[in-house]
Design a protein around this ligand. Sequence first.
Ligand code: EPU
Length: 401
Amino acid sequence: MAGAKNSSLAIIVAAALAEDRSVIENVPHCRDVQTLLEILRTLGVGAEWTGPDRLEVDARRLTGHTAPHDLSRQMRASFYVAGMLLARLGRAEVPLPGGCVIGSRPVDFHIRGFEALGTRVATEHGYFKGQADQLRPATYYVPRSSMGTTINLMLAASRTADVTVLQNAAREPEVVDTAVFLSLMGARVRGAGTSTVTVEGTQALRGVTYTVIPDRIEAGTYLIAAAATRGDVLVEDLISEHVTALLTKLGDAGVTVESGPSGVRVKVDGELRPVDVDTAPYPGFATDLHPQFAAMLAAVPGRSAIRETIFERRFGYVDELRRMGADIRVDGDTAIITGVQRLSGAPVEAVDIRAGAAMVIAGLAAQGETQISNVENLDRGYDRLEEKLTGLGATVRRVRG
Ligand code: EPU
């Protein structure tokens, strides 16, 4: 498995908190990482690949406080730059990340948190503009579980002496990974992985060498692909506790799941059964595995339901799967899936990262050929997808149009 995209994005920005160099290992080669590196370079941060998955971040000459508009708008994680710049320079001008296809995804929780830490905030011309001569510690209640808010406020608080408390913090493994990285840099971060995180910062942050955790969503995508194709696949180098909710639901669907020291093996011996799933913040069933799981259930005869509780517009994949013969109806926040015997290959679109992964899974399981357009969305989040699928016996080709 590649390193976690969503950890890497946070940790690369965190590295720029120190006037120093850091080496980050196990960074995935995906477009969101490349875009973030381009943004950081415009601020004066050096970022070079010094090994296949090893990145060196040199933040000794960080001077810019304004993130470029076009690059920043391409990805939501660009907003982490705001927390980092406020901590490092006391000043940040960062474009508000635009609405995204999976939901409205505002950054109001981040901004309220920055204000609680003593930032004067203005939003003008699509930019967040924050200024704080000296950030001060605070106790902030994150209004609803939000990974981005939790990470951004940990970054912002990491150079502030005294203790900042984040209540109702997100508990995702990527939050923990970022907290471990910040701790190695010299900040004292406690409670990551629980709903109360405390950060005692220091101006004396230093660069470190760190290895990012494996990508649980990428691993989950391959586990679902194996089940959907009625295959027998061992996924190595994942942390199986990070995908417990998925493994439980795969088991409920009749998939044989074996977790061992070498990884997680899934295989399908008999018929699969329909299941119901609710997405939820970690450790619940990840919203980022919802479309892929729906693609599998679309060819499991019987009625399944997936209730989406995080992103209201996560259902972009539904119309695309219908082109392949799926019978899916969206009722409010729930996709009602009436499984068919087999999907049939068709031209479809990757409307977002995870919807794209769902198209790949459906295409692998379907009869005939599937052509997926807009694969740039897959490239945003998946590292060497074709290579890995080909290694598993799939026939996948990238056709440039
Ligand atoms: N929210 C607000 N206001 C805010 C922040 C969040 O209303 O200021 C809402 C969101 O609209 C959403 C909920 O809170 O309904 C949770 O959002 P969260 O902040 O946790 O999401 P995020 O940090 O923006 C990250 C991942 C997403 C993943 C979600 C949920 C990154 C870069 N992105 O987004 O990953 O779906 O957490 O787990 O870490 C992906 O990788 O394909 C992806 C979309």
